[in-house]
Design a protein around this ligand. Sequence first.
Ligand SMILES: Nc1ncnc2c1ncn2[C@@H]1O[C@H](COP(=O)(O)OP(=O)(O)O)[C@@H](O)[C@H]1O
Ligand SMILES: O=c1ccn([C@@H]2O[C@H](COP(=O)(O)O)[C@@H](O)[C@H]2O)c(=O)[nH]1
Length: 253
Amino acid sequence: MAAVSDFGRLNGADRIPRPFLIGVAGGTASGKSTVCSKITQLLGQSEVETRQRQVVIVSQDSFYRELNAEEKEMAAAGTFNFDHPSAFDLQQMIQTMTLVAEGKTVEIPNYDYILNARLPSKQKVYPADVVLFEGILVFYFPELRDMFHMKLFVDTDPDTRLSRRVLRDTKERGRDLDQILNMYTSHVKPAFEEFCLPTKKYADVIIPRGADNTVAIDLIVQHIQELLRPSNRDTTRRLRHHSDSGSFASRPH
Ligand SMILES: Nc1ncnc2c1ncn2[C@@H]1O[C@H](COP(=O)(O)OP(=O)(O)O)[C@@H](O)[C@H]1O
Ligand SMILES: O=c1ccn([C@@H]2O[C@H](COP(=O)(O)O)[C@@H](O)[C@H]2O)c(=O)[nH]1
């Protein structure tokens, strides 16, 4: 596993004014959140107090839009399509991520999968050096996709994903087996094939087997550490500038 190296020195005046944005896409239960947590942990950030974190994770699920009464009934019955791009509040997602990219503090909704709705409480995301934005459709919307300096696609076998989704959704998301399987065959799988899988081509790095792939995760962590090392700051700024103008894609080398 990668050593933490001098990543921890990035703070105060040394902090990069605009964060390095990493998009993490992949099918449901592919391990996107787990991969992000591992990256954060390897960068020595899991024990750091929220406000001081140099690496933060934002979930696209926070931007599921509010549903109308009819849609709420469908969601409760397990027939609403949460895997279609129209299930997200694109405008809010872009506005918020634009502010994050500018290094601003933002408030994002807390989403509840049991209520299929946002909670009244919000979570604050403080400026950080690295922001990981994970979700099934983070590469689908061009305005969002173009914001990322690095794009990762977590590629896990569909049978493994379905079995993990069954276990997770029965335990954590208040669903029964019938509903999970019906939702999967009617919406989740077709939408994955139509909207998520075709975005794999935009990835700079594809991570087969998700969080089990310690070699890939280790290489990604080393790449981030290298880009953010104080001695490489000028190069990183230049790369980010080119990336902003669309001429640079961060690839492992
Ligand atoms: N490598 C793994 N081995 C076993 N279980 C895993 C692994 N990666 C993820 N999981 C489990 O699978 C479920 C989905 O993982 P998660 O990271 O939340 O996926 P995603 O964010 O892509 O939906 C979670 O319950 C998680 O603990
Ligand atoms: O209220 C909801 C909202 C979404 N879902 C499902 O969640 C996944 C996306 O989250 P992952 O963590 O990437 O699995 C998506 O496939 C939706 O079907 C839900 O079940 N309920």
